[in-house]
Design a protein around this ligand. Structure first.
Ligand code: RP5
Length: 169
């Protein structure tokens, strides 16, 4: 388990070591905002009991948001939401021959009452899960809210003459 030295606020779980390169992109975004996080491998089908325990103890360990990335049979985010009332953000990964569309459907289509906030497939989703976690934490953290306001925007609100959204970066 990788950890920063401070008490982690965000927990990132991924179904396999093979998911790490993509899910570390979420960690990099959190680090940019100075948010301590932990990143672990937990699988809903390979290590179901360890996964349940990680989710059940998350709040007591100081975590405030959970991010789950999984590809094949992508029920990890849903499994975390079954065991924790913390907000769970799901990142479908393109590990299977179906290119991640299967993971997207498995992650997004949760029945009412067991919510998973589902992001896009792969790297974009991992990065946006972290950005969303930052915004969630900023609701009650003035320092973070100010950091968000002064962070360079990825997308300008100003449309171009052709009606497209103009990118700043
Ligand atoms: C899922 O199956 C994991 O989240 C991963 O995306 C996929 C393949 O896992 P490995 O066979 O590479 O361990 O459980």
């Amino acid at each position: 388990m990788a950890k920063t030295t401070q008490q982690p606020l965000v927990g990132i779980a991924m179904g396999s070591e093979s998911d790490r390169p993509v899910m570390e992109e979420a960690g990099r975004v959190l680090a940019e905002f100075g948010i301590p996080y932990e990143i672990v491998v937990r699988s809903a089908h390979r290590t179901p009991e360890a996964t349940a325990k990680w989710a059940r103890t998350a709040r007591a360990r100081g975590l405030r948001v959970l991010i789950a990335g999984a590809g094949g049979a992508a029920h990890l985010a849903g499994a975390l939401a079954a065991h924790s009332k913390l907000p769970v953000l799901g990142v479908p990964l393109a590990s299977s021959p179906l290119g991640g569309f299967d993971a997207l459907l498995a992650t997004v289509q949760m029945p009412p009452g067991v919510p998973v906030g589902t992001l896009g497939v792969g790297s974009w989703g991992a990065r946006n899960a972290a950005h969303l976690a930052v915004r969630m934490l900023a609701v009650q953290d003035e320092r973070l809210a100010r950091a968000l306001e002064s962070a360079p925007g990825q997308v300008s609100a100003r449309p171009t003459r052709r009606g497209r959204v103009q990118r700043n970066a």
